[in-house]
Design a protein around this ligand. Structure first.
Ligand code: X8Z
Ligand code: ZN
Length: 606
């Protein structure tokens, strides 16, 4: 997973100073540092990190694919050692603040200073505690399950898979509430973690962890939220139309006593454990007029695809663009299915264990169209990692974290009927009269996600900055869920509930704004690549499959890694340095018109 990987790289960065040591730096400080010293410092840092990275990555992989007492201890140890070293190194980097260095050196120093996600305090006992909490939270999520009164226990994967097609509101509520039992014990640990990491952030010169996280986007930390607001304002009217229609249809299906038409939508009815994407309830909200929409889940089953075949098919898309095939070790070492008899972190992730060729994914693949998309998402990470592997270590990352999350999704936007026919998953390409159905399917996945992608870190930023206290954590979560998504808790939440902890990225400390950005960026990338591929049809019917030109243009951006501000990377591919949601409006324009007609006599909003 890119996320862990970036954290890891950042953590490893600290080790770099083992070689040049603090005593050297002390002398240097006294003797007035030069640009040459800065370069030497960075070189030494990156050499040392490179050496340390591999064993640490193996420890983390071992833990994520086999959660037990021993793997937890080893991974927590590496985490502590590495993040402590990075924090030290980040402090060292700050000593070059007033030294006149070239822009490349300055960029690398800055990346070193703000690379950590949860910076440990210098106090050894506190650093150890922070690492232990991180590992405990992760284990609580990874091994979490819900046991009903009759004693049957279900994993998250099992419940999620059932919830996709389950239409019994009581049973849905049972799973929804059941899964949220696993996060209750996380609450005190989470609060303690916030305090410790804030202490670490303060030592690095940041106001708090919130400022650190917001400061990673090549613009002032306080400007970044305004940029997000601007993008959200572009999407909001369309989201509200979709919300209005979905709520009305859910009301027809479950009754208006279950889905009141003047309130947010109860969160258990949207086909997804977190109500974050709604594609699974297409059957409930689809247009009345019969629409032919490819059923990828059914097609995969008909064609006898197993998990590996799904991944091979995804690989072949990238190959068709000119990307080199994945190495044999990818197939030997990846985890594609949930193994029997041990706990694993099923949440999908992509890894690059040696910063060279040891690419892997870790997933508990379900044989569905939804998971077929997730496979493309994960491979997008792997191809990105491989594209920037020759950059200096500090530049091995995506232009901003949203870019990393957007690449595989961009490719998946090309899984259009035209492509599905090319690979024999469907026999016929539905004509344009079916477009509303197909656009609805994509909107349920992508547009419904956008406010969720935004609210998770709106919550964390307030939590990390101390604007809210632990006793307000859960209430704030639901305030933001209602404000942005128009979704509400289906039952009153108890005083000890900690619902944010039931979402992987909160206990795992993976920043979430990246997915919001990715959902904007992927449409910009898709449009740019379709133009390059010479596809002149509507965007929702374009597939770049087989276009070496599109692959080349994409690779040019991927190869840049983090070597330049993201605005330059964006411009390289799309011709514009601005993130812009107007491509989304273009892509879905016919659906917006259709929705507004459906909603004409409805009272929208919440
Ligand atoms: O976490 C993921 C990926 C791994 S980076 C599967 N995603 C977010 C989520 O599942 O919540 C992809 C979309 C949003
Ligand atoms: Zn991802």
């Amino acid at each position: 997973m890119l996320n862990h990987k970036r954290t890891l790289i950042a953590a490893l960065v600290s080790l770099s100073l083992i070689g040049c040591g603090e005593s050297t730096t002390q002398t240097e400080t006294q003797a007035a540092l030069t640009a040459k010293d800065a370069k030497q410092f960075l070189q030494q840092a990156q050499d040392d990190i490179a050496k340390m990275q591999v064993p640490a990555a193996h420890a983390e992989w071992s833990y994520a694919t086999n959660i037990n007492f021993d793997t937890a201890a080893v991974s927590a140890y590496f985490n502590e050692v590495l993040s402590t070293k990075v924090a030290k190194l980040a402090k060292e980097a700050a000593k070059f603040n007033d030294v006149d260095v070239d822009s490349d050196t300055r960029r690398q120093l800055d990346l070193l200073k703000n690379g950590l996600t949860m910076p440990p305090p210098a106090d050894a006992a506190k650093a150890e505690r922070l690492a232990k909490i991180g590992s405990d939270l992760s284990a609580m999520y990874g091994s979490g399950e819900y046991c009903s009164e009759d004693g049957t226990c279900k994993s998250l994967v099992e419940m999620s898979s059932e919830m996709a097609t389950l239409r019994d509101a009581d049973k849905l509520l049972e799973y929804w509430a059941g899964w949220r039992e696993i996060s209750k014990p996380m609450a005190p640990l989470y609060a303690e973690q916030v305090e410790l990491a804030n202490e670490g952030a303060a030592e690095l010169g940041f106001e708090n962890v919130s400022a650190l996280w917001r400061g990673k986007y090549d613009m002032p930390a306080d400007e970044f939220p305004k940029e997000l607001d601007r993008l959200w304002t572009q999407v909001e009217p369309f989201y509200e139309s979709l919300h209005c229609h979905v709520r009305a249809k859910l009301g027809e299906h479950y009754g208006e006593n279950v889905v009141p038409q003047d309130k947010p939508i109860p969160a258990h009815l949207l086909g997804n454990m977190w109500a974050q994407s709604w594609g699974n309830i297409y059957d409930i909200v689809k247009p009345q007029q019969e629409m032919q929409v490819p059923d990828v889940t059914a097609a995969l089953a008909e064609q006898g695809y197993d998990e590996i075949a799904m991944v091979k098919q995804a690989e072949s898309f990238f190959s068709s663009l000119g990307f080199e095939e994945l190495p044999d070790t990818f197939w030997e070492r990846s985890m594609f299915q949930k193994p029997e008899g041990r706990d694993v972190q099923c949440h999908a992730s992509a890894w690059d264990l040696d910063d060279k060729d040891d690419l892997r994914i870790k997933m508990c693949i379900q044989k569905t169209g939804e998971e077929f998309n997730v496979i493309h998402h994960e491979l997008g990470h792997n191809y990105y990692q491989r594209a920037y592997k020759d950059q200096p270590l500090l530049y091995r990352g995506s232009a901003n974290d949203g870019f990393h999350e957007a690449i595989g999704d961009t490719i998946a936007l090309s899984i259009t009927p035209k492509y599905l026919k090319q690979i024999d998953l469907i026999d016929e390409i539905p004509d344009a009269s079916n477009d509303i159905g197909m656009l609805m399917q994509v909107a349920l996945d992508k547009i419904a996600f956008i406010p969720f992608g935004l609210m998770v870190d709106q919550w964390r930023w307030k939590v990390m900055s101390g604007e809210v206290t632990p006793d307000q954590y859960n209430d704030l979560w639901w305030e933001l869920r209602e404000k942005y998504q128009g979704v509400m808790a289906p039952v009153e939440r108890s005083a000890n509930a900690f619902d944010p902890g039931a979402k992987y990225h909160v206990p795992a400390n993976v920043p979430y704004t990246r997915y919001f950005l990715a959902h904007i960026l992927q449409f910009q990338f898709h449009k740019a690549l379709c133009d390059i591929a010479g596809d002149e049809g509507p965007l929702n019917r374009c597939s770049i499959y087989g276009s070496k030109e599109a692959g080349k243009a994409l690779n040019e951006m991927l190869e840049m890694g983090m070597s330049q501000p993201w605005q330059n990377a964006l411009e390289t591919l799309t011709g514009s340095p601005q993130m812009d949601a107007s491509t989304i409006a273009d892509y879905f324009a016919p659906l917006k018109t259709w929705l507004d007609k459906q909603n004409a006599t409805r009272q929208c909003g919440w």
